[in-house]
Design a protein around this ligand. Sequence first.
Ligand SMILES: O=C(O)/C=C/C(=O)CC(=O)CC(=O)O
Ligand SMILES: [Ca+2]
Ligand SMILES: [Mg+2]
Length: 407
Amino acid sequence: MSTTPSSWLASAQDSPFGVHNLPYGVFTAADQPGRRRIGVRVGDFVLDAGAAARAAGAPSVLLDADSLNPLMAAGRPVWSRVRADLTTWLTDESFREALSPALLPAGEVELHLPFEVADYVDFYASEHHATNLGRIFRPGSEPLTPNWKHLPIGYHGRAGTVVVSGTPVVRPSGQRKAPADAAPTFGPSRRLDIEAEVGFVVGTPSELGRPVALDDFREHVFGVCLLNDWSARDIQAWEYVPLGPFLGKSFATSISPWIVPLDALDHARVTPPERDVEPLAYLDDRGGEPWGLDLAMEVRLNGHQVSRPPFATMYWTAQQQLTHMTVNGASLRTGDLFASGTVSGPERDTRGALIELTWNGEEPLKLPDGTTRTFLEDGDEVTITATAPGPDGTVIGFGEVTGRVRG
Ligand SMILES: O=C(O)/C=C/C(=O)CC(=O)CC(=O)O
Ligand SMILES: [Ca+2]
Ligand SMILES: [Mg+2]
């Protein structure tokens, strides 16, 4: 029976950023604007992790960095030790005096992209989303392609345009051609959309030529964040055949600033949905640790809730995705980011993209402020949040990923 350690920091109690969570980020403080530091979110504060380590007399070199990459590269035994140290410092009253100067009010720091993104891969793992998109993009054919239940479909995206929450999203221009148009035209996307997703961050690299087995998932994955895969549906629909997504999705991908350690999600693990096609042995996760995750997500458009995607309904898990993307021997690098794919549940108000929520723009969304939306307008702000169950009735918060459209 685990006992819940309680923090001496009052705002950490009953907080989605309690000591069971301890997500990592990178921040600057107002008084030292040029100096990026690793922070750990706890209650209403950000703990300056390097300063905390020094104050506690612990090794600080991996925490005294301007990005999470060195810590991520250090591997799971180090992640476990650092997490145990942080927990001790924040729960043992004897550290209170030394650590207090390292706590900064969360509202007073600026948060940055917390790691250098190496490669970025995006999957397509929600059966509901894939079925909806198949119906919309390929009417008249089977919504799920014949490969869909045999392998987690994905594509390589553009790592350099992954941006931190709050970064404005400039409406992309490109070639657009509706099926009825005789020829393509060039101009700003008229069908700018979101995709509510969950991102998985690789810490420990792997060797070229050596696939990563399902059982090795924990060794490689450092943590989890929220992700919005902004998508220009008109550009996408015209360009994607036969090689898949390209400029319709490469202009910006936003992530939340806090990386929730994989270890904080043990209580959120659930068995994935029943698979109706037997997976090949290398993808067969039955009998091992289940890596379905019970994250309750929420999508808000200009402050109004428009969807509550349930991550537990995802057909393919992050564990299977990691194994699949290395099964050909492709190596992992520290900072690789792979995204779940749009999270859509079975009900209409659980779909993770506007193209599904408005059925390709045919059924506009009515917002409580009296406006309606099909796709995004300039000035619109989209925010995705999520929580997961923690130990002993606690809640693990992911914070948010937000972005405003700029014309
Ligand atoms: O079905 C298609 O042609 C396109 C699908 C997507 O746009 C979805 C995508 O990026 C993958 C995902 O987020 O699930
Ligand atoms: Ca996507
Ligand atoms: Mg993208």
